[in-house]
Structures are given as structure tokens and as C-alpha cells.
Design a protein around this ligand. Structure first.
Ligand SMILES: *[C@@H]1O[C@H](CO)[C@@H](O)[C@H](O)[C@H]1NC(C)=O
Ligand SMILES: *[C@@H]1O[C@H](CO)[C@@H](O)[C@H](O)[C@H]1NC(C)=O
Ligand SMILES: *[C@@H]1O[C@H](CO)[C@@H](O)[C@H](O)[C@H]1NC(C)=O
Ligand SMILES: *[C@@H]1O[C@H](CO)[C@@H](O)[C@H](O)[C@H]1NC(C)=O
Ligand SMILES: *[C@@H]1O[C@H](CO)[C@@H](O)[C@H](O)[C@H]1NC(C)=O
Ligand SMILES: *[C@@H]1O[C@H](CO)[C@@H](O)[C@H](O)[C@H]1NC(C)=O
Length: 406
């Protein structure tokens, strides 16, 4: 009860704040329709760098460069949001890695230039891919986004002796949470997006075909040698671009651990959890709806070498699946966008009700996460201190690995 009161009043404040600088007084959105009308796109495409953005430029379906809007706070490399002339579809390039993604999406979410309460967000970027699950050129849609870098890191040259980690094992659920470890998005919406994307004919190239064939000799990499498909599987965020079987398996284990066995580690990228955390915070004040997010990642390269390939060759070989992955952002993504636009009035405007938990690991938006230790909110109050769940019953901090002081 307390929580809903807080959220309602915060929501009102944020709308008021967002517009008071323009009009000097609080007005409802309806009242100011004549003087100022924020852009309210039906779909907002989130790209991370130039090639991903250019997949949407010069296409026959719409001209996303018809309307350029300078938004304070977004990347100086990509200072404008682009929209179609009817403002149905907008696109932004965040810049790469988590900090750029978070600050750009934050700026957009709180900008008075936009009204995003009904907007669907399509995260549309390339990613590394786990050959145990899928292959280069594939189009993936995630339910879980896991921040796998939220672990303690030790340089391999200073690796502790086997056995000395004691109870602080990587297989234990973390005793301290930052809140961005796992996000879960609308499963119903994901399935709809997949069904739209499956109507696309995916691109593939001779280079990608011969590269993925090299994975066929390793039994567990069989999916990596298959032709690309549209597939449901989860994504890992790490600011560090990584490669190798050991790190891949470690992230696989972490994804499984953080999601209590539900998440399938499939793609790896550098932004999604940051984007999701910004959207989550905006959702707490009603500025966006967290159940309107689609995470689409197309696979550009493998996260680990094939048998007998050096790890450096895998890291540095840029040909792999980059071309088809960029093509497929558009080919699959346009089906999702058109599906939403065509079904707007009778289906999407009202929203797609989620039948799964939607939100973060803390339970910030309400409800009980189906992963992690459960919601930290009791009667609307977060039972946390500076670093997460330290005081939650049964989750005692590990003295051995922690160096901060309260
Ligand atoms: C919008 O910006 C792009 C470059 O980012 C440019 O090509 C396009 O012409 C601009 N559109 C308008 C209407 O000025
Ligand atoms: C990022 O979000 C995804 C999707 O919700 C989640 O599976 C993943 O655990 C998150 N990762 C991090 C590092 O927050
Ligand atoms: C991942 O988990 C499996 C099963 O517990 C374990 O055998 C393997 O060593 C782990 N891999 C890494 C890299 O931690
Ligand atoms: C890897 O190299 C070894 C030694 O040259 C060879 O015996 C093995 O067949 C190779 N494996 C594959 C899958 O190519
Ligand atoms: C795939 O895209 C490339 C450009 O990246 C193009 O040259 C090629 O013809 C396309 N192939 C198919 C099968 O559409
Ligand atoms: C997830 O796993 C942890 C550690 O085993 C456990 O404490 C927690 O209750 C589990 N959460 C759910 C929702 O099953």
C-alpha cells in the first residue's frame, strides 16, 4: 500500500518536473497539447554503434532520418535521436559499453522532449555467440539479461591455490547484490517478437558459412555449425570484451547461477543491463513501461575459438559473421517494428500483459523475482544498505572476499 502511494506521488512529481522548465507551471500533458507536444514513438530502436544504426538508414519502409532531435545528455558522438516524420519510430545510438548505454538511456527517459509511457523499446545490436547454443548470423531474443562481470576478478597469474577459496566458491549464490545482476523482460512480448522475426528471410554470407563450419568437429559446438535461425536465448552483459572457452563457460555458469537455472547463456554484449537499469529506474516513476522491452541481439562472432584455433585468432578475426549480423538487425528487426505498428490499435497500444515476473533482482517494480533471493522490499521499504542484501536474512556477507567498509 505504502509503495503504491510513493510511486504515484513520485510519478506526478516527475511529470511536473519534466515540464516545469518549459512552462513554469504544472500542467497535465493534455492541457499543454497546444503549446508543446512531446514525441511519443510507438517503437524506439536502441543501437550501440554506427554500423548497428546504419542498418536502419536508407531502408524502404521508413525514413528514420526525417526528424533529428538533439537531446542533452546523450553521447557526444551521437548527439541526436532520429525519428520518422510521423514520429512512430525513433532510433538512438548510445555509444558502446555500459556507462555510455546507461547515461544515454537515462537522458532520454528523463527528457521532456519525449513521452515514452507507451513506447516499445527494441534493443537491436550485434553480440558474441556461444557455439554451444547458436551461431553467427543468428537472431536471438533474450528473456534474461545477466551482468556477468559482477564477480570478483583475479588476474590468472595470481590465481589462488586450488582449495583455498574455502566457502567463497563461484558456485555460491552471491551474498551481496548491486541490483543489476539480472533483469527479466516480458516473456509474452518476447514470444510475439520471435514470431514476427521468424517471418524474415535471414541473411548469410559465404564467409560466415565457412567460418561456422569449423565448429563442426567439436561435438558440444554442434549448434554453432548449424545455419542461423531466430532463437530464444539469454544475454550476458560485460564491459570487458572477452573471448575463450573458460570465460565463456564461467559466464555460462554465472548466468545459470544468477537466474537460478532459468537463463541460457547465449550471447555476450556490453550494454544491455545498463540500458535495462536506466529503463527500470524510469519505470519506477511511470515514465516508461518495463514490460515493453525487447532485447534482440544478432550474432556477429563466436565467444570462443574452434578446435585448434588460437584464442587470439578468434578474438582478432573480424570477418566471422559481422556482415550478416548487421543485415539481420534490419531484416528481423523491421518485422518486429512493422508487427507492432500494424497491431498498434488493437493490441500493442494497451500493452502485452506479461505472464512472468518482469523487473530486476531487487523486486523494485513490485512482484516476486523468480530468481535470486527474492524481493528486498517489505511494505514498500527496501531492506538494504549501501551494498545490497547484506542484512537480508540468510545472506551473510562473505568477509573473506570483501574489501569495502561500511
Ligand atoms: C538528420 O541527420 C542525418 C545525419 O545524421 C542527415 O543525413 C539527415 O539529412 C538529417 N535530416 C534532416 C531532416 O536534416
Ligand atoms: C543483464 O540483464 C539480463 C537480462 O535481464 C540478465 O539476464 C543479466 O543477468 C543482466 N546482467 C547483468 C550483469 O546485470
Ligand atoms: C562451470 O560449472 C561446471 C559444473 O559445475 C564446472 O565443471 C566447470 O568447471 C565450471 N566452469 C568454469 C569455467 O567455472
Ligand atoms: C587438432 O590438432 C591436433 C594436433 O595437430 C590433431 O591431432 C587434431 O586432429 C586436431 N583437431 C581438430 C578438430 O582439427
Ligand atoms: C547478405 O548481405 C550482404 C551484404 O552484407 C550481401 O552482399 C549479400 O548479397 C546478402 N546475401 C543474401 C543471401 O541476402
Ligand atoms: C535462487 O537460488 C538461491 C541460492 O540457492 C536461493 O537462496 C534462492 O531462494 C533461489 N531463488 C528462487 C526464486 O528460487
Amino acid at each position: 500500500m505504502y509503495l503504491s502511494i510513493v510511486i504515484t506521488s513520485l510519478c506526478f512529481c516527475s511529470v511536473a518536473l519534466a515540464f516545469s522548465d518549459i512552462h513554469g507551471s504544472v500542467q497535465t500533458r493534455e492541457e499543454q497539447a497546444n503549446s508543446f507536444r512531446p514525441i511519443s514513438p510507438k517503437v524506439f530502436v536502441i543501437s550501440m554503434f554506427t554500423d548497428e544504426a546504419e542498418a536502419w538508414y536508407g531502408i524502404p519502409e521508413f525514413n528514420i532520418l526525417a526528424n533529428n532531435i538533439t537531446v542533452p545528455g546523450i553521447s557526444p558522438l551521437f548527439p541526436q535521436v532520429h525519428c520518422t516524420s510521423n514520429e512512430d519510430v525513433c532510433q538512438v545510438t548510445t555509444g558502446e559499453a555500459e556507462i555510455n548505454a546507461a547515461s544515454t538511456i537515462n537522458s532520454i527517459a528523463y527528457s521532456s522532449l519525449f513521452d515514452l509511457r507507451k513506447t516499445y523499446f527494441l534493443i537491436a545490436g550485434v553480440a558474441g555467440v556461444n557455439p554451444k547454443v547458436s551461431t553467427i548470423g543468428a537472431v536471438t531474443f533474450a528473456r534474461y539479461a545477466v551482468q556477468v562481470a559482477l564477480q570478483y576478478e583475479i588476474d590468472a597469474r595470481e590465481k589462488p591455490q586450488a582449495g583455498t577459496l574455502g566457502s567463497s566458491s563461484p558456485t555460491d549464490y552471491p551474498s551481496e547484490l548491486y541490483g543489476t545482476e539480472v533483469f527479466e523482460v516480458n516473456e509474452q512480448l518476447r514470444q510475439i517478437a520471435i514470431s514476427f522475426a521468424q517471418t524474415a528471410t535471414l541473411n548469410d554470407t559465404a564467409d560466415a558459412k565457412s567460418y561456422r563450419a569449423l565448429y563442426a568437429s567439436t561435438k558440444s559446438f554442434a549448434p554453432g555449425a548449424q545455419p542461423p535461425t531466430v532463437i530464444a536465448c539469454d544475454t550476458a552483459t560485460s564491459d570487458v570484451y572477452s573471448t575463450g572457452g573458460l570465460l565463456g563457460d564461467a559466464f555460462d555458469n554465472t548466468t545459470s547461477l544468477f537466474t537460478n537455472g532459468s537463463g541460457i547463456y547465449c550471447t555476450t554484449q556490453q550494454e544491455d543491463n545498463a540500458t535495462l537499469e536506466s529503463l527500470l529506474r524510469a519505470a519506477t516513476t511511470g515514465l516508461v513501461e518495463f514490460s515493453r522491452i525487447i532485447i534482440m541481439r544478432t550474432a556477429s562472432d563466436f565467444d570462443r575459438p574452434y578446435a585448434n584455433q588460437t584464442i587470439l585468432d578468434n578474438l582478432l578475426d573480424e570477418s566471422q559473421g559481422f556482415e550478416p549480423s548487421i543485415e539481420n538487425i534490419y531484416l528481423a528487426g523491421i518485422k518486429v517494428i512493422e508487427g507492432i505498428l500494424h497491431g498498434w490499435a488493437n493490441r500493442f497500444e494497451a500493452g502485452i500483459e506479461a505472464d512472468n515476473y518482469v523487473g530486476d533482482i531487487f523486486g523494485t517494480l513490485g512482484g516476486e523475482p523468480d530468481f535470486g533471493p527474492g524481493s528486498i522490499f517489505v511494505d514498500g521499504n527496501a531492506k538494504v544498505r549501501k551494498r545490497g542484501l547484506r542484512y537480508k536474512k540468510g545472506l551473510r556477507r562473505r568477509q573473506t572476499l570483501s574489501s569495502d567498509s561500511l
